[in-house]
Design a protein around this ligand. Structure first.
Ligand code: ADP
Ligand code: MG
Length: 594
């Protein structure tokens, strides 16, 4: 039978289109916030429940809609923002497709109240799955309130694909950041499950950045300003030394709209070239204003990508403006890459008693009956490392207690500020100092977490860290593991973290760094099992606190490092699966020098 072509019923077409615009709760947040901005609101409130899975509401004090418009607003391609095709080229508003509200209404339960400035009373419209259920009068204040419940109730597949609470909340916070940063002149309030996450009062970009990300940002911003015939550029970059290992704060706004552009990002990276520590990313908050005619924001349904007519020139302007400002603010001289980190972040071995080795000794062992010495009952694990040690004639190895003497007598030394060289009888061990130390710390932290027996050192002066909303959520998710590690910390007023104690092996100077890494959102996905969360945290701590390549180690420190390392359960690979040491056999050397 020949197939017949049929036009899809409206509600099906709407559901399909909706999937394109609304991918997750944060897409609703974005559309509703942008509509409120377009309606010239002075104060915008965002209220969500269960990271938007249950409810999302945006209340604004903007222009509102009249009785006629409120119905139209939920029709597809109904927009008050463009009339003629030409208008597309001079857009000043966020929305223009007239798609968002229709899409949202097609896949959720929506309740709208809206009132214009002259109206005596507000209008209320309830829509479920695209169908109008109720239309009444109400007594809400001027402006608009749109409440979206049960998102994706009629598309179970999508609903099931939503990520964990944490992940969805992070997406919402990201969207909120973008709109709030693009409009520092608007007051924003944000509540999740009844608790206030942000209360941002009208200000300028600098103040808005620090209100969102923490007050210390204010001192780390380098202003960028440039005016050319093509565009005006305004905003800030983060000082290079304040750059992050995570790609956290990278914001471009074009005509007050957040956009993603790997092309422009690259321009910033070029300006920062040579100024960032390896693995660090530049941070920036940059607002470009240019004639809407020269850009095309229409290439992506969610409108975060953009095409510029004069891409190359914009690239060049961005790069040189940022480079110039970094120069003027003389951030460069304060960067000293040759600086010996060992001096300000002491890896304090000195008061450590070398005999407290976590090495188990086989006391029944008689060195004179066997040529291959067993240092601990865990023979297999140590064998690989100690393989090649011909110990027969070397008393130092006999019995675990004297192990301490091994490196001393064999004169270990540091090579390239990176390796510890340990000459043995018939070979040389080249041990990566950073990876070995990562291994030591990792095993220790993992031990504390899993055995729940950690030693905490009390801080002389409790440390207060201001956390942003996301970090607070992360803290709530990980507090148990952090406590197991030896972090004694409490949340004050739901925004300040008071640190009273930290793990024994964590220098005070590093606490802030460590907490920031731990709360960066990379460790706390709720979907992870407790064990793998602990594992990730132990790894991340080990990485942050470990001795790094380039750090000078005193002879004594080298020894302690080696001894601790020899006591590890696993000695072949670092927690990140990288080889820790290599062996150069005497025979190999001889062969090469033959
Ligand atoms: P778009 O924003 O692309 O025009 P939307 O579906 O988001 O499309 O909104 C449709 C129309 O509804 C808007 O053009 C606007 O006229 C009206 N509208 C939506 N939200 C609000 C609001 N918060 N305040 C006033 N009018 C609004
Ligand atoms: Mg819109």
């Amino acid at each position: 039978m020949a197939q017949r072509i049929a036009i899809l019923p409206d509600h099906v077409a709407n559901q399909i289109a909706a999937g394109e615009v609304i991918q997750r709760p944060s897409s609703v947040v974005k559309e509703l916030l942008e509509n409120a901005v377009d309606a010239k609101a002075k104060t915008i409130q965002l209220i969500v429940k269960d990271a938007g899975k249950t409810m999302i509401q945006v209340i604004d004090d903007g222009t509102g809609m009249n009785k006629l418009d409120i119905r139209l607003a939920f029709e597809r391609h109904a927009t008050s923002k463009i009339n003629l095709a030409e208008d597309l080229y001079s857009l000043k508003t966020k929305g223009f497709r007239g798609e968002a509200l229709a899409s949202i209404a097609a896949i959720s339960h929506v309740e709208t109240h809206t009132r214009t400035s002259h109206a005596e009373i507000s209008h209320c419209l309830k829509i479920e799955g695209g169908k109008i259920k109720d239309e009444t009068l109400s007594t809400k204040p001027e402006g608009t309130s749109i409440k979206v419940k049960n998102l994706f109730f009629n598309i179970p597949a999508r609903r099931n694909f939503l990520k964990s609470y944490n992940v969805e909340l992070r997406h919402i916070i990201d969207e909120f950041h973008r709109v709030a940063l693009a409009h520092p002149d608007i007051n924003f309030l944000f509540f999740n499950n009844g608790s206030e996450i942000f209360d941002l009062s009208s200000s300028n970009l600098r103040k808005r950045i620090s209100a969102i990300f923490g007050s210390k940002y204010e001192n780390h911003l380098v202003p960028i300003q440039e005016t050319t015939s093509l565009l005006t550029l305004d905003g800030f970059v983060l000082k290079p030394e304040f750059s992050k290992k995570t790609r956290g704060q990278q914001f471009f706004f074009v005509n007050n709209r957040y956009i993603k552009s790997s092309f422009l990002h690259y321009a910033i990276c070029e300006a920062f070239e040579g100024l960032l520590r390896p693995g660090h990313h530049p941070g920036y908050f940059l607002c470009l204003n240019l004639d809407p005619k020269t850009i095309d924001i229409n290439i992506h349904p969610t409108k975060t990508e953009i095409k510029f007519e004069e891409e190359q020139s914009i690239f060049a302007i961005l790069r040189s403006a940022v480079k110039h400002s970094l120069g003027i603010f003389q951030v460069m001289p304060t960067l000293d890459f040759e600086h010996n980190k060992n001096l300000d972040l002491p890896y304090n071995f000195r008061d450590k008693r070398p005999l407290n080795l976590p090495i188990e000794v086989d006391s029944s062992f008689n060195p004179f009956t066997n040529s291959s010495v067993l240092l601990s009952p865990k023979k297999d694990e140590h064998e690989s490392l100690l393989f090649g040690l011909s110990i027969e004639n070397d008393r130092n190895y006999v019995g675990g207690k004297d192990l301490m003497d091994v490196p001393q007598h064999t004169r270990v030394f540091q090579l390239f500020l990176k390796y510890i060289v340990c000459p043995l009888q018939t070979s040389i061990l080249l041990i990566d100092q950073s990876r070995a130390h990562q291994r030591i710390l990792y095993e220790r932290f993992l031990g504390s977490i899993t055995v729940k027996k950690s030693s905490s050192q009390q801080l002389l002066f409790p440390l207060e860290l201001k956390l942003n909303a996301q970090q607070i959520e992360e803290f709530k998710q990980t507090s148990e593991t952090l406590a197991a590690l030896g972090f004694k910390a409490e949340l004050k007023n739901n925004q300040t973290l008071q640190v009273l104690g930290c793990p024994e092996h964590c220098p005070e100077t590093k606490i802030e760094d460590v907490i920031e890494t731990l709360l960066s959102g990379e460790n706390t996905d709720r979907s992870l099992e407790h064990f793998s969360q602990a594992d990730k945290i132990a790894k991340s701590l080990a990485k942050t606190l470990s001795i790094k390549t380039g750090e000078f180690l005193m002879a004594e420190e080298q020894q302690v490092l080696l001894n601790d390392f020899f006591g590890c359960k696993e000695t072949n690979v670092s927690p990140f699966n990288k080889p820790i040491f290599i062996t150069l056999e005497k025979s190999e050397i001889e062969r090469k020098l033959n």
